[in-house]
Design a protein around this ligand. Sequence first.
Ligand SMILES: NC(=O)c1ccc[n+]([C@@H]2O[C@H](COP(=O)([O-])OP(=O)(O)OC[C@H]3O[C@@H](n4cnc5c(N)ncnc54)[C@H](OP(=O)(O)O)[C@@H]3O)[C@@H](O)[C@H]2O)c1
Length: 247
Amino acid sequence: MLKRAIIVGASSGIGAALARRLVSEGYKVGLVARRSEALDTLATRLNGDGPKRAFVCAHDVTDVDGARTAFEGLVTQLDGLDTLIYSAGIMPAVGPDEFDADKDRAIVSVNVIGAMAWLDLGAERFLKQGSGMLVGIGSVAGDRGRRGQPAYAASKAALHTFMEALRNRLAPKGVHVLTVKPGPTHTPMTEGLDKLPMAIDADQSADGIFRAMARRADTAYVPFQWMPIMAVIKSIPSVIFRRLPLD
Ligand SMILES: NC(=O)c1ccc[n+]([C@@H]2O[C@H](COP(=O)([O-])OP(=O)(O)OC[C@H]3O[C@@H](n4cnc5c(N)ncnc54)[C@H](OP(=O)(O)O)[C@@H]3O)[C@@H](O)[C@H]2O)c1
């Protein structure tokens, strides 16, 4: 039987690249995001002339009450579920002297609350079936509180901790939980940003994520070179870290 995955945040960037990769690996996919036109275009391309492999659900993840209906509708269309990937995220520009609670709330709504709502739905279903994989797209940015993006970094740290707790709950029940920490990646999110060290493209990122899924990793830095780099960065004492030119 074909494997079945839902990708939340599939209309562009890493989520769209993951959809292409999973379909090429024989999956059926449910595509979730707000921009239905972008999802339709992607689904048309993925479906080609063959049997239907991609199903679209236009949904705003800040509508937490609507998540269950969206989730269950896709599970029905896919005829079951093996993998849930949460890739939705926002990182609005923040000025060096800007402190904006509305912006921070918007970031937390999408990157944390939306993630919890969808991952909880996946967890509930996978717990019942005794199998399945939850994948959360975090970020290297969640490993330290750099000065440039306080709420974004905090949102990713929250997601990492949430995923770890889900793993501790679900691993004994046969459910796998993978936390992905991508480094800078060329996508619409990073368009116009000038400092993108060691940046890769979205297809390379999807390749690294797919390989981490295949080897059932707990946490995967993508590309993997970020793992030793972040180990060093995480070990720097705060008093020194805040003097470093890392925005
Ligand atoms: N690019 C990087 O350098 C980088 C590095 C580390 C981690 N990440 C993480 O990777 C993930 C994917 O980001 P990306 O770089 O691929 O950026 P992207 O191209 O901007 O993709 C973000 C996705 O999130 C969806 N989304 C945003 N707000 C939403 C909402 N309210 N409801 C539903 N979907 C929503 C977008 O769809 P709609 O706009 O159609 O709703 C889009 O599909 C994010 O979690 C990001 O934080 C990115």
